[in-house]
Write a protein that binds this ligand. Structure first.
Ligand code: ZN
Length: 189
């Protein structure tokens, strides 16, 4: 399933920034706030855009703040609070003054980017991610943002499966839950 390629890309960036930069739990283990936010932010951006430049420490800290705001959107949708998610996205769109701009670079055809008003990397990504999430929330597939339902994991995901049945951040978590269920059945027998 595709929203459109650019929307998919920025929504995947939102997922990666939340998962790399916000503390919580990951695949059964505590996930502390990253000690090196620049490296974590760079890893998040490169998860989707492999050639992306290394971001600086200040940019990393700003992106971590953006990631915390984005996490709240995923959490609201996972709790069934689409109204709350929409309010949070609208607040980000207003703050970043996200504005559309057609761009053509790296041999790609013209495509729509969204920039923030401040001319900063974090501001641009905040505007892009907020716009991507707005397109998801404003469409038929508004419930496709999620938080992993495996025990001791709160990493987020976007469900692009045809049936919309995804529940886990990763196959690692899916397998943890399957194995636990298998063991529980074995013990019961
Ligand atoms: Zn998980």
């Amino acid at each position: 399933m595709n929203f459109n390629s650019h929307t998919d890309g920025v929504v995947r960036v939102a997922v990666a920034l939340v998962n790399e930069l916000t503390p919580g739990e990951r695949r059964g283990r505590p996930f502390p706030a990253p000690a090196d936010v620049a490296a974590a932010a760079t890893a998040g951006l490169r998860a989707v855009r492999p050639a992306y430049r290394e971001v600086g420490a200040d940019e990393g800290a700003e992106l971590a703040a953006v990631a915390a705001r984005l996490r709240a959107v995923f959490a609201a949708v996972a709790d069934g609070d689409v109204d709350g998610a929409a309010e949070r996205v609208n607040a980000l769109l207003a703050e970043t003054q996200a504005r559309p701009l057609l761009e053509r670079h790296d041999g790609e055809p013209w495509h729509l980017h969204f920039h923030g008003s401040r001319g900063t990397t974090a501001g641009d990504w905040a505007a892009s991610c907020a716009t991507g999430l707005a397109i998801v929330l404003g469409g038929e597939f508004h419930d496709r943002l999620g938080v992993c339902t495996a025990p001791s994991c709160d990493r987020v995901y976007v469900d692009v499966s045809r049936n919309g049945t995804r529940r886990f951040c990763s196959t690692a978590c899916q397998n943890r839950v399957k194995t636990a269920a298998f063991r529980a059945r074995a013990r019961a027998e």
